[in-house]
Design a protein around this ligand. Structure first.
Ligand code: CTP
Length: 403
């Protein structure tokens, strides 16, 4: 769960700061991108250089030490972080966050971040039991901050009791367990996804199709299942296996079959994503027998298929409907047009002429625009990571709408 995650590790000034070194090292080894931010007092216990070497990133201490004039460091880091972990968290930093005090880099960044925040306290047993600290922790819990309780045992101050920073392995386990359950964002939701191309038959041995591999739609289906959704996947002819046996896969061949399958599941669905590359035209005449070659040209008359997405947009009640727009020119303008014309709640646009985006490959680049025209860029990433980001944006928009 922490692999490839952007983790901001806040180290505040307690003797347990030494344990944050092992924590940095273990997080980095687990594949996380770790940036360490220290309070001034923390630097009295451990040198910033230690964290720099372990995280292979600069260490942040001073709010006004702005290294890049293009950015405001604490806001940039607040936005960068997916997880903010404060270990050790002293009574002081807990008190500051609970009371909205932002007087150093760490407290300011914590106030600005929208990341999941985990606080691993470490302090003297009597400080931990003080009503002020207890109240501050309760307040933070109410606001959705997560605590990793300190352990019992020998404390550096000589007392024995509760206040020891939890061991680095246990901190990481606690974060991972929480991330796993917190990210069941689609629990209780019925999700319907279409993926892959369609094949439009000419005769028993020939058909029209396109280059869609189905990988993006399959990644959306698999990540939706991981996020707790009940998933139906309507798949065109692709060579992909679905790894999760709980996903209800319906194989179709033609645009007409996809239309029927989508419409039969649409009324009972909560979220619908049309990632399929549906044929816009099909041969007007389908031959029962293989066409033999003849002298001269062969002209095939084509007729329009039904626009499945548009037909769903027209009948939708409270389904959240997302379309894909594969474009080679003016992607944003054409994508926006599709959003409006097909009455979508959001559109995922990719410029298929850009390296790393679109058909066939394992990566994608997407601009996600919702019906309020809020735009989010999903930069080059694996189709699975892009799928995860799309789900998080959908979850955000559905939550915003219900507020
Ligand atoms: N789509 C659909 N049924 C069709 C054609 C497209 O449901 N017959 C859906 C696709 O699944 C996708 C979206 O419409 O979610 C955009 O498809 P795209 O082919 O990019 O756009 P078109 O609507 O076909 O428009 P154009 O050909 O003008 O780009």
């Amino acid at each position: 769960m922490v692999n490839k995650k952007n983790i901001l590790l806040g180290v505040s000034g307690g003797i347990a700061a030494y344990k944050a070194c092992a924590l940095t090292s273990k997080l980095t080894q687990a594949g996380a991108n770790v940036k360490v931010m220290m309070t001034d007092s923390a630097t009295k216990f451990v040198s910033p250089l230690t964290f720099q070497a372990l995280s292979r990133n600069p260490v942040y201490i001073d709010t006004f030490d702005e290294k890049d004039p293009q950015k405001i460091a604490h806001i940039d880091l607040a936005d960068w972080a997916e997880i903010a972990l404060i270990a050790p968290a002293t009574a002081n930093i807990i008190g500051k966050i609970a009371n909205g005090i932002a007087d150093d880099m760490l407290s300011t960044t914590l106030l600005a971040t929208r990341a999941d925040v985990y606080i691993a306290p470490a302090m003297n047993v009597h400080m931990y039991a003080h009503p002020a600290v207890i109240n501050n922790m309760k307040q933070l819990e109410q606001w959705g901050y997560n605590f990793i309780e300190p352990g019992d045992g020998y404390l550096a101050c000589g007392y024995v009791g509760k206040g020891r920073l939890e061991e680095p392995e246990s901190i990481i386990k606690a974060v991972e367990n929480h991330q796993q359950s917190a990210h069941k964002i689609l629990t209780g939701k019925k999700v319907l996804i279409s993926a892959g191309p369609t094949q439009e038959q000419i005769d028993p041995v020939r058909f029209f199709t396109n280059r869609s591999s189905g990988k993006m739609g399959f990644a959306l289906a698999e990540t939706a299942a991981d996020y707790g959704a009940e998933v139906t996947l309507v798949a065109g002819p692709v060579a992909l296996q679905i790894s999760n046996h709980l996903i209800n896969r319906i194989n179709v061949t033609t645009a007409e079959e996809m239309y029927d399958a989508m419409h039969s599941h649409f009324p009972s669905s909560d979220i619908v994503i049309k990632a399929a590359a549906v044929a816009d035209y099909r041969p007007k005449q389908v031959y029962d027998q293989k066409m033999k070659k003849q002298a001269g040209d062969w002209n095939i008359e084509m007729e329009r298929t039904k626009d499945i997405l548009q037909s769903l947009g027209e009948i939708k009640t409270d389904q959240y409907l997302v379309g894909f727009a594969a474009e080679t020119t003016n992607p944003l303008a054409y994508g926006m047009k599709k959003l409006q014309k097909k009455k979508l709640d959001a559109v995922a646009i990719n410029n298929v002429s850009v390296e790393g985006a679109g058909f066939g490959g394992d990566t994608n680049i997407v601009t996600y625009i919702n019906k309020n025209q809020e735009t989010d860029e999903i930069t080059l990433a694996s189709k699975r990571e892009v799928a995860e980001k799309i789900w998080r944006l959908i979850d955000r928009d559905i939550k915003d709408e219900s507020q």
